[in-house]
Design a protein. Structure first.
Length: 141
């Protein structure tokens, strides 16, 4: 039996389970899912620093959306902006010590939450199929 295309209810259920549930768990740490995404992708850089342009590409966000969100993170002391020595018009986003600490505290909660609300619901065959589907959607491994 072949499954039909996802409907709005199914799509909403997936979004609620896979995204909103971990986001609710992150709220206990004072972070939103977008906060966590920005902090975690910055932390993947060796020095916790990225240009606004690179960070927008890594998150899949527009530069204006990232800039607005960075302003909020900066106001909370989680990141700071610095001049980009390679581009006088650009800026660097720098993960602060407070941002590193917030991420260190929230990461275990996020990992457990994503596993509980998403990964653990699949058997190995489901995960392999999901990997193949993701590759088709994104155009490669």
């Amino acid at each position: 039996m072949r499954a039909g295309p996802p409907d709005r209810h199914g799509d909403r259920l997936v979004r609620d389970t896979a995204v909103r549930s971990p986001a609710q768990d992150l709220a206990a740490h004072g972070l939103s899912e977008p906060d966590y995404e920005v902090l975690s992708t910055l932390s993947e850089r060796p020095d916790g620093t990225s240009t606004l342009r690179e960070q927008a590409a890594r998150t899949g966000w527009s530069r204006s959306r990232l800039s607005r969100h960075a302003t909020r993170l900066e106001a909370r002391g989680l990141i700071r902006r610095a001049p980009d020595p390679a581009d006088g018009r650009g800026c660097l986003l720098v993960l602060t010590a407070t941002g590193w600490e917030a991420l260190r505290e929230a990461a275990p909660t996020h990992l457990v939450s994503v596993r509980r609300h998403f990964i653990d619901r699949f058997d190995p065959g489901d995960l392999a199929a999901l990997g193949r589907i993701t590759e088709k959607i994104t155009g490669g491994p």
